[in-house]
Ligand binder design. Structure first.
Ligand code: HEM
Length: 480
């Protein structure tokens, strides 16, 4: 555990308002309602205090594990005994096809081996130009709104889509950007809420209202991606030089063991997966960071000083020059983990410590709980970016902090998104100050697949330098 001795005490710490852990059990109806409206309101105080909590409920036996050694056992040492559980698969699979996030067994293994090199450090670093361009663009857009209200959560969604667009398809989506943006958003919103039919294991052929609503948006989006794949294949078949982007990397990837490439269907499923898995998660992490900084003057000033010093002559940031910005992002994802829980199903009966895990029962690791666990963190509810500075980072046990999961199914986009969020945050901090609107209702986390500020984040923008004095690269085209 990190102790207070290692962290600064001098400033007043910001403790965001969040739903209080429950002290009494919910009825079946109460649980279903809370799970549909905002699942993070279902957690009990015991979850934040005990290393393991096992209970029998609507989902059968559910064991929530928050002990780092037990989590290592679950995700690494005995990972073979646990598969993504049916609930998670039922929610994700209809939307994401059999991309990496929802595939299982041999299919997942082959895809993971084939796709992993695409997210190597070398490739991720090569995407920093695109991230800088997108970051500079959103920063300029915000600075131009000097003195006006901005919807910061929407802006963060736009910038994360801009990054994905620039890194997946260098040449853009080549469709009406607003129509594509709306289709993606509607598609993701519809797969978002947990449907009671999924909770009760009703078979997939029974239509879910939300999914039916998502269908037209999903189809339009798939059409766009199909077209792009076809055009790229034609370009490369005709000897044209393919741009360096994730689409080319996916189309040319080969399994290091078998030499097989991905089928067009797999390429498409993974593009949809990258957009679905990567856009809202990163956007929400950025939104929460802006919110926390608006409530913590000292951290905001420190970030501005770092960003002002780090920006290069070309208006670009390098990740290595932004340790505080990175720490802000990591601390934000501790308090507001974009993926608040992960669940697995036991293939065979097992034991975690002294707790029996029945065959087919569900085991959960909930970053929402783990990151605020009373036994693992000093002052768990306070926003303290210093925890993640290089000199303090080693004191955090590896399996106490899991915004990206762990083990074989750890997030493949982890370094990509941390690099993106840090660079974008630095651009915003360099260009503009964002204060929460004075009449803003309490900012409350809403859990919909990812954790977002309910009702958005209305902020007032204040440009930090006069228009025209910005040291940044010239405006570049982008869709979002
Ligand atoms: C702040 C941003 C992000 C967060 C917090 C996040 C979180 C996660 C988590 C927790 C998992 C593991 C789920 C589990 O074990 O059940 C995961 C898996 C995954 N993520 Fe991310 N993610 C982020 C960004 C991205 C990005 C940018 C991409 C792609 C460009 C991406 C692609 C994936 C994929 C493909 C998987 C499935 C990996 C597998 O099962 O092999 N994620 N992510």
């Amino acid at each position: 555990m990190q102790t207070d001795a290692t962290l600064p005490r001098e400033t007043v710490r910001f403790r965001p308002e969040v739903p209080k852990p429950r002290t009494e059990d919910l009825s079946l109806f109460g649980f279903l309602r809370a799970a549909r409206e905002n699942p993070i309101t279902t957690w009990m105080r015991s979850h934040f205090e005990q290393p393991v909590v096992a209970a029998d409920g609507v989902l059968g036996r559910v064991t929530v594990v928050s002990d780092p050694a037990f989590i290592r056992y679950l995700f690494v040492e005995n990972a073979r005994n646990y598969r993504k559980d049916d609930l998670q698969r039922r929610i994700l699979a209809p939307g994401l096809g059999n991309g990496l996030l929802s595939a299982e067994g041999e299919e997942w293994k082959n895809q993971r081996r084939t796709i992993a090199p695409i997210f190597s450090a070398r490739h991720v670093t090569s995407f920093s130009d695109s991230m800088n361009l997108a970051g500079a663009r959103v920063a300029r857009r915000l600075a131009r709104r000097d003195g006006a209200y901005v919807e910061a959560a929407n802006e963060m969604t736009r910038v994360s889509l801009d990054v994905l667009e620039r890194t997946i398809f260098t040449q853009g989506l080549q469709r009406d950007p607003d129509a594509v943006g709306r289709a993606i958003t509607r598609f993701l919103e519809a797969i978002g809420p947990i449907d009671p039919l999924d909770v009760f294991g009703v078979p997939g052929f029974v239509p879910r209202i939300g999914r039916l609503r998502a269908r037209p948006a999903g189809r339009f989006f798939e059409e766009v991606v199909d077209e792009l794949i076809e055009r790229r294949r034609t370009l490369t078949a005709g000897g044209g030089e393919a741009p360096h982007d994730l689409l080319t990397l996916l189309l040319t990837a080969s399994d290091p063991e078998t030499g097989n490439g991905l089928t067009d269907l797999e390429v498409k499923a993974n593009i949809v997966t990258f957009i679905a898995a990567g856009h809202e998660t990163t956007a929400n992490a950025l939104s929460w960071a802006l919110y926390c900084l608006s409530q913590d003057e000292a951290s905001r000033e420190r970030l501005e000083t770092e960003a002002d010093a780090a920006i290069g002559a070309d208006g670009h940031f390098a990740l290595a020059d932004l340790p505080f910005a990175k720490a802000v992002m990591e601390e934000t994802m501790r308090l507001f983990p974009p993926v608040p829980f992960m669940s697995r199903q036991a293939i065979r009966e097992d034991r975690i410590g002294r707790i029996k895990i029945p065959k087919n029962s569900t085991v959960m690791v909930a970053p929402w709980v783990l990151h605020r666990h009373r036994t693992l963190w000093d002052d768990p509810d306070a926003f303290v970016p210093d925890r993640f500075l290089p000199e303090n980072r080693d004191a955090i046990p590896r399996f106490a902090y899991l915004p990206f999961g762990a083990g074989p199914r750890v997030c493949i986009g982890q370094s990509f998104s941390l690099q993106e969020a840090t660079i974008v945050l630095a651009h915003v901090a360099h260009a503009v100050r964002l204060d929460l609107a004075a009449d803003h209702p309490p900012v409350v986390p809403l859990h919909r697949v990812t954790l977002r500020p309910q009702g958005g984040l209305r902020m007032v923008a204040r440009a930090r330098r006069k228009a025209g004095s910005e040291r940044s690269s010239s405006p570049s085209p982008g869709l979002f």
